[in-house]
Design a protein around this ligand. Structure first.
Ligand code: HEM
Ligand code: HEM
Length: 144
């Protein structure tokens, strides 16, 4: 039987694709930022700027897909009482990523920015692990 809570194949692929882009650009940016005072620092600095641009562009698509996920997937799964705990964790982690990214983009304060950066990066590194756990746990609740 077709499970109505499963995401459409193209939507699912798009979501995995854009989250991969977010993760990869974020991780390579960390390397570029670390290397920016090396002798070839100028190259790393310009790479970091490009990576952040791709990351910011990806953020817009991510927001679009997350906005769609709430009514078509999260709300319906919640009402069906399936996978609620890990679903709530997914919503919270994405909310943390979005709120901290807003702060990273708009807050100039040197006192707060490093905190936002650390929280954003920590949540970003954990996201793939939690997403995989969420999917595996969710599949276990599928009707037979
Ligand atoms: C930002 C929040 C969320 C994201 C990004 C997300 C993402 C995903 C993805 C990619 C899958 C695997 C694709 C699929 O099976 O179609 C999945 C499966 C699942 N999720 Fe979520 N989810 C979120 C929130 C929630 C919430 C709040 C709930 C429950 C209240 C939930 C319940 C489930 C269930 C039951 C499955 C298994 C569906 C199945 O294979 O039968 N999700 N989720
Ligand atoms: C998937 C895992 C993710 C990782 C590993 C990650 C990593 C990073 C890193 C390393 C930075 C630079 C931090 C700094 O400037 O101090 C950053 C900035 C940012 N991230 Fe993420 N991120 C992830 C997901 C997301 C998501 C889901 C969004 C929004 C939907 C997002 C939006 C942003 C924005 C808007 C910025 C600031 C860009 C700028 O300053 O131009 N990120 N991220």
């Amino acid at each position: 039987m077709c499970d109505p809570l499963r995401l459409n194949r193209w939507f699912r692929r798009g979501l995995y694709g854009v989250l991969t882009l977010m993760f990869v650009t974020g991780m390579i940016w960390l390397v570029a930022d670390w290397k920016k005072s090396a002798p070839d620092g100028e190259m790393w600095q310009s790479m970091a700027a490009w990576l952040l641009m791709a990351h910011g562009g990806g953020a817009m698509i991510t927001l679009l897909l997350l906005g769609a996920i709430l009514p078509v997937h999260a709300y319906r799964s919640w009402r069906g009482r399936r996978n609620r705990t890990s679903g709530a964790i997914m919503v919270t982690m994405n909310a943390v990523l979005i709120t901290t990214s807003f702060g990273l983009y708009y807050m100039g304060s040197e006192a707060i920015r490093p905190w936002l950066s650390d929280i954003h990066i920590g949540a970003g590194i954990c996201l793939p692990i939690f997403l995989v756990a969420h999917i595996l746990l969710g599949r276990r609740t599928a009707p037979v």
